[in-house]
Write a protein that binds this ligand. Structure first.
Ligand code: 0O2
Length: 221
């Protein structure tokens, strides 16, 4: 593809991405409703932080090239599933699945794919639950199902992934072997922390006398 065509495609991509922005806004509203509602009823929310991002047109084209995806909007729509991305962090591993259930049982959310890197971590130690979902976006002249990738992970998994991502980009993918080894060890430590924190949390919940407000116990977590 020549420079002029690539520039033209980027302009079309910017328009095409508007639907992804709307889908992200809709999902963020759903997640924030769950977060607030959960916090007000249970005095605790499994959702610690949420953020969203849209892949840049350049990022989309790079990913399409990497995947061997033809540079046409229908192909990009079909093959690049993380143009709209939402990341949710939570305290405990069980929260990851609780959030998944709360989101996927909503009628207008269609689950297209689940990648459970929590149950089956990547070789480098990466853990996270990825949901690829479609949500209908109501435009002035049509309803469009738009794909959103939702990553759900604990704070410890997120801490690890952020650092690994920085290191990966710093070395442009060619991370030295000793650093890869250290990162894998750090992932194991993060996992042990997650398991231990969950056990402590369960113990505290088991101690809770009947009728005691959640806030009295959860404030110490
Ligand atoms: P960015 O900058 O976060 O957007 P597929 O789409 O299935 O063909 P892909 O994209 O590798 O293949 O799917 P996968 O495995 O679900 O990964 C999508 C996103 O998950 C990545 O997006 C990262 O955000 C995150 N991710 C996956 N593996 C790793 C990893 O090993 N380390 C870290 N830190 N993050 C990971 P992007 O587009 O790579 O990056």
């Amino acid at each position: 593809m020549g420079l002029v065509e690539r520039r033209q495609l980027k302009i079309e991509l910017a328009r095409f991405m508007l639907s992804y922005k709307f889908a992200t806004d809709e999902m963020m509203t759903k997640i924030n409703i769950l977060k607030e509602e959960f916090a007000s009823i249970h005095d605790y929310s499994p959702i610690e932080h949420v953020n969203s991002r849209l892949k840049s047109p350049e990022g989309i084209l790079n990913k399409a090239n990497r995947k061997g995806c033809p540079l046409s909007l229908p192909d990009i729509r079909a093959q690049i599933q993380d143009i709209a991305g939402i990341r949710i962090t939570c305290s405990f591993i069980s929260d990851i699945y609780r959030i998944r259930d709360m989101l996927t049982r909503q009628q207008d959310v269609t689950v297209l794919e689940v990648k459970d890197y929590v149950a089956s971590p990547k070789g480098n130690g990466y853990k996270s639950l990825h949901l690829i979902v479609a949500i209908p976006v109501f435009m002035s002249d049509r309803v469009e199902p738009v794909t959103v990738e939702i990553q759900i992970r604990t704070v410890a998994m997120d801490f690890w992934a952020s650092l690994e991502h920085k290191i990966y980009y710093k070395y442009r993918g060619a991370v030295p072997v000793d650093l890869v080894f250290d990162l894998k060890q750090a992932a194991d430590v993060a996992n042990r922390l997650d398991v231990k924190m969950e056990r402590l949390h369960d113990q505290v919940l088991a101690l809770k006398p009947a009728g005691e407000a959640d806030s009295d116990l959860l404030s110490i977590t």
